[in-house]
Design a protein around this ligand. Sequence first.
Ligand SMILES: Nc1ncnc2c1ncn2[C@@H]1O[C@H](COP(=O)(O)OP(=O)(O)O)[C@@H](O)[C@H]1O
Ligand SMILES: Cc1ncsc1CCOP(=O)(O)O
Length: 284
Amino acid sequence: MNLETMRYKDIQIAEVWEDIRHYRPLVYQLTNMVAANFQANISLAAGASPLMSINAEEASFLASRADSILINTGTPSDESIRSIKEILPVIRKEKKPLVLDPVGYGASPLRISLVEEILRSEAVTTVKGNRGEMGLLGGEEGTVQGVDGYNCKDLEKALSNIVSSYGVVAVATGKEDSVAIPVPPSCFFLVLGGGSPLLPAITASGCAVGSLIAACSAVTADYGLAAITALVAVSLASEKAAGRENVYGPGTFGNVFIDEVSSLVKSDFYGYEERLNRKEEWRE
Ligand SMILES: Nc1ncnc2c1ncn2[C@@H]1O[C@H](COP(=O)(O)OP(=O)(O)O)[C@@H](O)[C@H]1O
Ligand SMILES: Cc1ncsc1CCOP(=O)(O)O
């Protein structure tokens, strides 16, 4: 495969977004109690059908029925951990898309062992965290305080390490979003700009990115393309929301952001290449 055949085009991204509305995929989200409502609203705004539950009695059943699954470790409980352990073999066997958001990786020993166990199950297709979480996960000394992550030594190296260890798409969010996509024996790497500083000012914006990656992963088997589509959608909607005159700060921004996600149309995605802060490139 050469660079030209691999490069993502804005039309592909626009079509993934349109397909969510068309197919209305069921996205089962085993997530945290802080962000769940916002994630469900963002999923609906994108056109997906969200189902949020941590109940272990129904976990395997729901994983089998869903078009894609999100595991978010924001508020781990005995029940949610039991559910996670139930669904991993089901997802692996049925080859469903599984997005892992390792919220608070590094904040406690429990979260570290839980996230690593999930990744070792070989059921995960994409892992998405902030720079601190992804830096730590990739062995590059990420700085994490609770669920916030600030930086790490070498983010590209961290993402490459995650890709080569687990064979997943690896995404690190922040002022710039970095994406590493496994294309054995290499890795495809790109950095996206844009977005709004109001995003990190509200809780659950990173969790919402995870929900949208899961929604996109339900309608394309190219999980790198799915991640890019979700990231571009969040950037576009946040830029539009931040520019509205009825947005005065984080509170009003959160609601208008949901409105803007629901208003995104195919043509909004044209010009994707201009969002690339560092062009797509191959890495060994
Ligand atoms: N300074 C910033 N400027 C623009 N967008 C940002 C900024 N910081 C974070 N974002 C965006 O906010 C969303 C959440 O990212 P982040 O804050 O890193 O996640 P988390 O909430 O998991 O810590 C992502 O879409 C990211 O691109
Ligand atoms: C504040 C908080 N505490 C546990 S989960 C959570 C939400 C984190 O959301 P995000 O990482 O998207 O800001």
